[in-house]
Ligand binder design. Structure first.
Ligand code: NAI
Ligand code: MG
Length: 493
């Protein structure tokens, strides 16, 4: 075991303890209340952070509104906004060791995995830093007597509510586009993982974001989150999390008809055809479902395998799975860490029990890993003999649990892939180009990976079909989610 020593900056940050950023100022909750931040690798308390509630959300929204209305951010020269966004990305990357350790102790993800995520969060700011200079409307001169043009304008105050599985990436995916298109932001991180978002707010100020344009309020979902979603002076909510809470956000948005972007759950199919490169497919499918302890909205949790290669593939998948080392986040050798919380541990292990009682067969894993102390470790678990109507094939488990389902051919693979209320992502493994494209068209999901899995890029739009949500994040389509157009008619007669 290669234990990583905590950096002095990390210890200092958690001992301060960290505060929220509202209107450019570090503040505690108005109630002075806090909640505990837990290290999932040990179950120990790391620190406490402010338990923001409705009154703190009010203050943050007011600060965001003021910064938006006086145009201290959107009125800056576009090139200047580019510089600042780019600088946030650079600061994130420069502080990678600190941010990666904070992410690792807060979420349980192995520190090496966390380092890659910090880089990806920096990349999101770098990508969106290009947009301020490229965001504008169109002209319509088709009528000789009229000059019509459109202005593309920001929405105003955007609320971001994010989950705990990729804390800093999620914060970046909400803050970077909101700012790039001229909005002000109030971000509510998940209560399980508030640390890196609090640090990011400081880095935004350091990079030159004006006071009030980025505010971060920590707190519980039912308190701070619900207050943000229902707030009458918030123009848009962008939410990533469970489908159940997504529905509540949509209901809360009805009050002032705020815009919403919802990125919700998934039960993504990962289809392996007999003509696939089996070694690559088994390794890729394994990473596709177990990366980040399976706590990934796009995880390929339903592994659909063509009958003729079923047994051979399952054996290879089990081999790949057993080669991954389960261990604490601060162990350099860990390939997979604990799940995020005691609640999640309970949820995941109870789904393993459900799978057994439904008659599916555990081919590897199947237990909580108790040899690693009090941390929330679950063995990566593969069920074979799963039917697509079983609960473990229909419900989002959000842990290291894979369901292998046998399929006869392409048509059955597409039918089973689509037999779900979700439609977030999918993967197809085949060496037949025509088959790959045919399946890509047949699957009802916002992303299809062919001979790969789990890839994202800030330039590539991302979002769901069906109950996996609506709206697209990242890429050029994100502009629609953060701007509105105004048509101006000028009479030339
Ligand atoms: P959640 O959906 O409750 O939490 C996501 C965010 O929403 C957090 O910031 C939370 O504070 C906030 N929130 C909770 N209730 C709210 C409310 N009434 N109004 C406004 N904001 C609210 O997810 P949770 O409970 O942490 O995880 C439960 C399950 O949700 C997981 O097991 C998994 O199946 C799913 N999930 C899916 C994610 C995805 O990316 N698709 C991410 C996280 C969880
Ligand atoms: Mg919750």
């Amino acid at each position: 075991m290669a234990q990583v020593e905590l950096l002095a900056e990390v210890t200092k940050f958690i001992e301060r303890p960290p505060k929220m950023t509202i209107g450019g100022t570090a503040v505690e909750a108005k109630s002075s209340r806090t909640f505990d931040v837990i290290d999932p690798s040990t179950g120990d308390k790391l620190t406490e952070v402010p338990r923001g509630a409705a009154e703190d959300i009010d203050a943050a929204v007011a600060a965001a509104r003021e910064s938006f209305d006086d145009r201290r951010w959107s009125g800056l020269r576009p090139g200047k906004r580019t510089d600042i966004l780019y600088k946030i990305g650079e600061l994130i990357k420069r502080n990678t060791p600190e941010l990666a350790q904070l992410e690792a102790i807060d979420s349980g993800k192995p520190v090496n995995l966390a380092s890659g995520e910090i880089w990806a969060a920096g990349e999101a700011f770098r990508y969106f830093s290009g947009w301020p200079t490229k965001t504008f409307g169109e002209t319509n001169p088709s009528d000789d007597n009229m000059f019509i043009y459109s202005l593309r304008e920001p929405l105003g105050v955007c609320g971001g509510i994010i989950p705990w599985n990729f804390p800093l990436i999620m914060a970046a995916w909400k803050i970077a586009p909101a700012l790039a298109f001229g909005n002000s932001v109030v971000l509510k991180p998940a209560e399980q993982t508030p640390l890196t978002a609090l640090r990011l707010a400081e880095l935004c100020l350091e990079a030159g974001v004006p006071e009030g344009a980025v505010n971060v309020v920590t707190g519980l979902g039912e308190e701070a989150g619900a207050a943000l979603a229902a707030h009458d002076d918030v123009d848009k909510i962008t939410f990533t999390g469970s489908t159940g809470v997504g529905r509540k956000i949509l209901e809360a948005s009805a009050g002032n008809l705020k815009r919403t972007t919802l990125e919700l759950g998934g039960k993504s199919p990962n289809i392996v055809f007999a003509d696939a490169n089996l070694r690559r497919a088994s390794k890729g499918s394994m990473m596709g479902v177990f990366l980040n302890s399976g706590q990934v909205c796009t995880a390929g949790t339903r592994i659909l395998v063509e009958k003729s290669i079923h047994d051979e593939f399952v054996e290879s998948l089990v081999g790949a799975t057993r080669s991954m080392k389960l261990g604490p986040a601060l162990d350099d050798d860990s390939g997979m860490g604990p799940v995020v919380s005691a609640e999640q541990l309970e949820r995941v292990t109870s789904y393993i029990d459900i799978g057994r009682s439904e008659g599916a067969r555990v081919v590897t894993g199947g237990e909580r890993a108790t040899d690693l102390g009090d941390g929330y470790f679950v063995q990566p678990t593969i069920f074979a003999g799963v039917r697509n109507d079983m609960r473990i094939a229909q419900e989002e488990i959000f842990g290291p649990v894979a369901a292998v389902i046998e399929v006869a051919d392409v048509d059955e693979a597409i039918a089973v892939a689509n037999d779900t209320m979700y439609g977030l992502a999918s993967a197809v493994w085949t060496s037949d180009v025509s088959k790959a494209h045919k399946v890509a068209r047949g699957i009802k999901a916002g992303t299809v990976w062919v001979n790969t899995a789990g890839l994202y890029d800030p330039s590539v739009s991302f979002g769901g079909y069906k109950q996996s949500g609506f709206g697209r994040e990242l890429g050029k389509h994100s502009m629609e989610g953060y701007t509105q157009t105004k048509s101006v008619w000028v009479n030339l007669r």
